[in-house]
Design a protein around this ligand. Structure first.
Ligand SMILES: [Zn+2]
Length: 278
C-alpha cells in the first residue's frame, strides 16, 4: 500500500468509494472479519445504515483510493455482528501489528489530524472560531487570520549500551512489568544530541558518548516524531529520577524483561541490540 498525502482531492478519484477514517475521540471505526481489522469504505457503512457526516476532510489517497477523515463525538454504534463482520471503535494503538505499516501510518495521520481539529476549534490569539483552509492543512481564525498548523512534537529515544548490556527502565506511565529504552521530548532551543544527554542525565543520572542516529518514526499518540539513537555508556551510576522512573538497570540480551511490542521504534532499538551484541 502507498499513501499520498493531499489537501485537495484529485478530480479523477472523486467517484471512487473512499476509505473513511472515522474517529470518535481517540478511537477509530474499524470493521473486523476473519482476516482481521480493516478501515471501512464509505459505501460499506452507508449500506449498513451508518450515516457518514457531511463535513469529511480529504487527507490523501491510499493506492489511488481517496481517504477521508470524519470526526464524530456523538456517534453511537452498537458493536454488532453482521454476517461474521463486526463494526466497532478501536484504540489506534491496539491496531499496531494488525494493520499493514502503510495503513497504520495513514491511520496515524488521520488520528493526528482529528486530534488537531478537536484541539484548535478556537483561535489561540483572539478566541474566535477557526475555519479549515481550502488550499493547505491549516485552521484559520475567522477574525484575526491567525493560522494554526498540525503540531508535531519531536522526541528522542535512545538505546544505551555498556559492554554487552542495555539500559532499560520502567516509566511510571508503563503498565506493570514493562521496561523500555529512555525517551523524552525536545525542549525549545535544544538540538537532538543535547536533548538526549539531558534526558539521560535527568532520568537515570549517567552520561553517554558515541551518539549515533538510528532511525525515526512518526508516533501519533497524539503527535510525536520519535528520533532514535544508539549511544554508549560513559560515566556515572544509575540513579532513577523517582518522579518519572520506577526502576532502571543494565540487562543482558538473554535476560530481558517484558519489552515493547513489534511495530514500535523502541522494539527496533532493542532488537538491534539483541542482534548486534553477541
Ligand atoms: Zn484570532
Amino acid at each position: 500500500m502507498t499513501f499520498e498525502p493531499g489537501v485537495i482531492p484529485h478530480e479523477e478519484g472523486l467517484h471512487d468509494d473512499p476509505y473513511l477514517f472515522f474517529f470518535r475521540g481517540d478511537e477509530i471505526l474499524v470493521i473486523e472479519d476473519a482476516e482481521g481489522p480493516k478501515v471501512p469504505k464509505a459505501g460499506f457503512l452507508e449500506e449498513r445504515g451508518i450515516r457518514v457526516p457531511r463535513d469529511t476532510i480529504f487527507i490523501g489517497t491510499l493506492d489511488s483510493v481517496p481517504c477521508y477523515l470524519a470526526v464524530s463525538e456523538g456517534l453511537d454504534i452498537k458493536e454488532s455482528g453482521l454476517q461474521d463482520t463486526r463494526i466497532l471503535f478501536s484504540g489506534l494503538r491496539s491496531l499496531l501489528g494488525f494493520f499493514d505499516d502503510e495503513l497504520f501510518r495513514t491511520a496515524g495521520i488521520a488520528s493526528q489530524t482529528a486530534y488537531w481539529l478537536r484541539t484548535h476549534r478556537y483561535c489561540g490569539r483572539c478566541g474566535r472560531r477557526t475555519v479549515l483552509s481550502e488550499n493547505e492543512r491549516a485552521l484559520v481564525c475567522s477574525r484575526c487570520g491567525l493560522a494554526s498548523y498540525p503540531r508535531i512534537s519531536p522526541a528522542i529515544i535512545v538505546a544505551i549500551t555498556r559492554n554487552r548490556k542495555i539500559l532499560l527502565a520502567r516509566s511510571r506511565r508503563f503498565r506493570t512489568g514493562l521496561y523500555s529504552v529512555l525517551a523524552g521530548f525536545v525542549e525549545p532551543g535544544e538540538n537532538l544530541e543535547g536533548c538526549l544527554q539531558r534526558e539521560v542525565l535527568e532520568e537515570v543520572g549517567i552520561t553517554v558518548t558515541d551518539i549515533r542516529y538510528f532511525a525515526s518514526q512518526p508516533w501519533p499518540f497524539p503527535h510525536s516524531l520519535m528520533i532514535a539513537f544508539t549511544a554508549r555508556y560513559s560515566d556515572g551510576e544509575i540513579v532513577p529520577d523517582p518522579s518519572e522512573i520506577v526502576d532502571a538497570g543494565w540487562f543482558d540480551k538473554d535476560m530481558l524483561p517484558e519489552i515493547p511490542p513489534h511495530g514500535t521504534i523502541a522494539r527496533r532499538l532493542i532488537d538491534w541490540f539483541v542482534d548486534t551484541k553477541r
